[in-house]
Design a protein around this ligand. Structure first.
Ligand code: GLY
Length: 269
């Protein structure tokens, strides 16, 4: 989940890989997972990496009627203890939400829950947080009305939101960027204009990675200085080490085949 600061990452919600994972939507990074057993093993290793980093990890059961159900990030947006339940941007994914919403609202009982309405559409994967500055991707999954509802919540919380247009050949903002720390953005050359993120707060910077390492730009920074990174992206790996962080490298090959990245598989709260 890309909407919580490092100091807010205590718990993560995940959801198991369904037996129907080979039918997950796949258009950008992959053409559909071929080895569901391997995908399940990769997901187990992902949860174990979070646990080893001191994160309390919960796992919801898979839903075979929803091949993309593992990608929980898209279904609930947690910001400073508030929850926004978006209407997911792909119709096949809308009914993944109820058990995730039920879990998150139970865990954060007493918190403010906002649900999107009408024509508003948004996938949580289009939101990126750098400290207290937010970015949202205007994408095939996230529309103006959805962005307005996010803007309302961020106005309430006193945080700035900047809109970034996602190119047709990318799924989400977090498919092509991440914040391994609250001061660093990783993004690939050639996908976004160099000024897409605007002027950053003092002390923050963007590390531009080679275009061919776009998938590797999705990382998960953890409070103890560890960072989950996908296997196979040497420039990303070197950059994380140069920043002084400790990479934990995970094989994501089958999850990538379903267009899923590291952040897609968890909601931090
Ligand atoms: N397979 C992830 C998505 O398209 O939403």
């Amino acid at each position: 989940m890309a909407t919580v600061r490092l100091d807010q990452k205590y718990r993560a919600l995940t959801r198991a890989i369904p037996d129907t994972f080979d039918r997950a939507l796949a258009k950008f990074f992959g053409s559909g997972p071929k080895d569901i057993a391997l995908a399940k093993e990769q997901h187990r290793a992902y949860r174990q990496a979070l646990l080893s980093a001191g994160i309390e990890v919960s796992v919801l059961p898979a839903d075979d009627n929803h091949p993309d159900c593992t990608f929980v990030e898209d279904q609930a947006v947690v910001i400073d203890g508030h929850v926004l339940l978006p209407v997911p941007g792909h119709p096949s994914r809308v009914n993944e939400q109820p058990p995730i919403a039920e879990f998150i609202t139970r865990q954060l009982s007493g918190t403010k829950i906002c649900s999107m309405h009408g024509e508003a559409r948004m996938d949580g994967g289009d939101i990126l947080r750098l400290g207290n500055l937010f970015f949202v991707g205007r994408s095939s999954r996230t529309n103006e009305a959805g962005i307005e509802e996010l803007q309302d919540l961020l106005n309430h919380l006193g945080h700035e939101l900047r809109i970034i247009d996602i190119p047709d050949h990318a799924l989400h903002l977090t498919s092509i960027s991440s914040t391994p720390t609250d001061k660093v953005i990783l993004a690939p050359e050639g996908f976004l204009p160099k000024d897409a993120f605007g002027e950053l707060p003092e002390g923050s910077s963007i590390k531009w990675m080679p275009a061919e390492e776009v998938y590797g730009c999705n990382t998960i920074g953890l409070p103890n200085g560890q960072v989950l990174v996908a296997e196979g992206y040497p420039t990303v790996l070197k950059t994380i080490e140069e920043i002084g962080l400790k990479p934990i490298v995970l094989d994501m090959s089958q999850i990538r085949e379903a267009d899923g990245s590291l952040t897609c598989c968890s909601i931090f709260f």
